[in-house]
Ligand binder design. Structure first.
Ligand code: ADP
Ligand code: GN1
Ligand code: MG
Length: 366
């Protein structure tokens, strides 16, 4: 993943000449802050993961153009409420360096914060409104115009297949040191097809979804705490509303960090679950199908299982996908996900009761 060009050299192709600093806590791309006036975000696209950067950028151009129109119609500020791509001096949406590395430049969203943990249920609810609204604004986007930037991204059954492959290969000899986690995956193998089966039988519709709804992929207003802008649009693709809902809860309703080593700090917080569910249903209520409602609690568990399995697979593969900052980082991340699942399993009835309460409040399923 190394590149031979410096961020500063790249910036010249966007008509800027400034020093840059690494920025943010994303696991995938390499992000730099450009301290100009106005400020910008420069990103090296991870082309090991996004094999066709031209397709990723075509999606982002189309989606942000659509969002701009919607935001303008609603009297909002498109420079703040959606990502703005700054073209290269050649008028392209990204710059490809001679070594093949690819860079894009965005306007920096000012006076807004992306959080790595939800400090209050209200903050978490603000993120739910933002992701719900994002999905609403894209409801009439022609999904056949979108490329599938990572094939089978949320096909949990395929994630299980990839896990089994990594386990069989055990290419860095780590399998023997994570047997409890391996057993945990195998004990849950029967659950991986539920959502893809529901999509296949038509009871869960495909929509244009974000697919990576981690709290730090939304910017909240620094003063009011309201959602400002959904970011990290690399995986906007046809998907299920359950993916966006479940993935947000996996991250934001945990009482600890995704990579917390002290598992006694990790549990699934029902107050946060309720705050998110209420706000998400307030945005999307009228469009949600009965089967989607029924699967809401399960989707939180499924997306947590999928992500935990992905972390474990990457650990077994020698950490080739997610950026790590310490030894066994992906194994630590996997363990928090599995601890969360164990906790959720004892709370499924309460989660269903919360969903029912919120549905009643918004007249869903009447
Ligand atoms: P990754 O795919 O690696 O997660 P992101 O696109 O999410 O990359 O960017 C990483 C972080 O950089 C975000 O979590 C956010 O904090 C920050 N960031 C990204 N784009 C912007 C932007 N346009 N304005 C302000 N901050 C941004
Ligand atoms: C990655 O890019 P980032 O850090 O927002 C990953 C998500 C995972 C998440 C786990 C393209 O998200 O799918 O859920 O890490 N993104 C991609 O923290 O794989
Ligand atoms: Mg991100």
């Amino acid at each position: 993943m190394a590149t031979t060009v410096s961020a500063r050299e790249v910036l010249r192709h966007f008509d800027l000449d400034l020093p840059t600093d690494l920025y943010g806590n994303g696991h995938i791309n390499t992000t730099y802050l450009v301290e100009s006036t106005p400020r910008y975000i420069l990103q090296r696209i991870n082309t090991e993961i996004f094999k066709k950067p031209d397709e990723v950028m075509a999606n982002i151009q189309a989606v942000t153009a659509h969002l701009r129109r919607k935001i303008l119609e609603a009297g909002g500020d498109p420079n703040r409420e959606t990502l703005t791509l700054i073209p290269t001096e050649d008028g392209l949406s990204y710059y490809e360096a001679p070594d093949g590395s690819c860079f894009r430049l965005y306007r920096f969203i000012e006076n807004a914060v992306s959080y790595d943990a939800a400090e209050t249920p209200e903050m978490f609810a603000a993120s739910a409104h933002a992701f719900g609204k994002f999905q609403r604004m894209l409801a009439d986007f022609p999904s056949d115009r979108l490329y599938e930037t990572i094939p089978r991204f949320h096909d949990t059954g395929d994630r299980l297949r990839q896990f089994r492959e990594a386990l069989a290969e055990d290419r860095v000899g780590r399998a023997s040191s994570c047997q409890p986690e391996i057993d945990f995956v195998l004990a849950h193998a029967g659950e991986v097809h539920v959502v893809t089966d529901a999509i296949a039988d038509g009871s869960v519709p495909l929509r244009v979804t974000h697919n990576d709804t981690k709290l730090n992929n939304v910017m909240l207003d620094a003063k009011t705490g309201e959602g400002v802008c959904v970011i990290d649009l690399d995986t906007v693709m046809p998907g299920s509303l359950l993916y966006d809902y479940g993935d947000s809860l996996r991250f934001g309703a945990s009482t600890g960090a995704e990579d917390e080593r002290d598992l006694s700090k990790i549990s699934f917080d029902l107050t946060y679950f309720e705050a998110y569910t209420d706000a998400f249903l307030a945005e999307l209520g009228s469009t949600i199908t009965p089967r989607e409602v029924e699967l809401l609690p399960f989707s939180a568990k499924l997306l947590t299982l999928e992500c935990g399995m992905r972390f474990l697979t990457d650990h077994l593969n020698g950490d080739t996908y997610f950026r790590i900052h310490r030894e066994n980082h992906n194994l630590d991340r996997c363990r928090t996900q599995f601890k969360l699942i164990a906790d959720m399993e004892g709370k499924m009835d309460q989660m269903a009761a919360i969903v029912a309460r919120c549905c009643k409040a918004y007249g869903i399923g009447k």
